[in-house]
Design a protein around this ligand. Structure first.
Ligand code: IMP
Ligand code: MG
Length: 185
């Protein structure tokens, strides 16, 4: 087990094999849906989306580009999205005429994705869709249309496979539920 200190882990919600199988399915679905275009651009939302992106892109067999958008939605030290979302690092190139597929780790309240969708839509891409590994639908305060979802999960704080606990543990190959009394004490 790659997680040496198990004290933060309540349970493994999605093991590595389950995630990999679903990521392969999503890649195949995306490849079918974008077979008609040479202008697919995967927009990875940093930092949480990076592990998902690098696995997903290897299952997408239509030519595509990747780019990165870093946003922050939590105030310093906060563990809930504040709605005050900012761009920390912008895309490297314009997106006109590109078919954008946003690749995100998780949708919680929807604040982050609402902001990202608004910012990117205003740049006149050919289309814009959303692919998230995880979705916590019970937490949504802003409705967000999601075209590709890996897994719907309950309202639990999770980490691993890109998702962090205070910036750590993004490297874990599984998604685990954090032990509340240890992490939120
Ligand atoms: P939203 O703006 O509330 O939808 O929050 C989205 C962001 O919050 C994600 O990009 C994650 O970085 C973070 N987030 C939400 N839920 C979790 C979780 O359970 N574990 C780790 N990060 C989370
Ligand atoms: Mg985070």
């Amino acid at each position: 087990m790659i997680l040496r200190d198990q004290s933060l882990l309540d349970e493994i919600l999605l093991d590595a094999d389950t995630i990999q199988a679903r990521v392969a399915e999503l890649g195949a679905e995306i490849s079918r849906d974008y077979a008609h275009t040479d202008h697919l651009l995967l927009v990875c939302i940093l930092k949480g989306g990076v592990v998902f992106l690098t696995d997903l892109m290897r299952h997408i067999d239509v030519p595509h580009e990747i780019d990165f958008l870093a946003v922050t939605s939590y105030g310093a030290g906060a563990r809930e999205s504040t709605g005050d979302v900012r761009i920390v690092m912008d895309l490297s190139r314009p997106v006109q005429e590109k078919h954008l597929l946003i690749v995100e780790d998780i949708i919680d309240s929807g604040h982050t994705l609402k902001f990202v969708m608004d910012v990117l839509s205003a740049r006149n891409p050919a289309s814009i869709k959303l692919c998230t590994l995880l979705d916590k639908p019970s937490r949504r305060t802003i409705p967000i249309p999601v075209q590709y979802t890996g897994f719907q999960i309950p309202d639990k704080f999770v980490f691993g496979y890109g998702l962090d606990l205070d910036e750590k543990y993004r490297n874990l190959p599984f998604v685990g539920v954090v032990k509340k009394d240890v992490y939120f004490k």
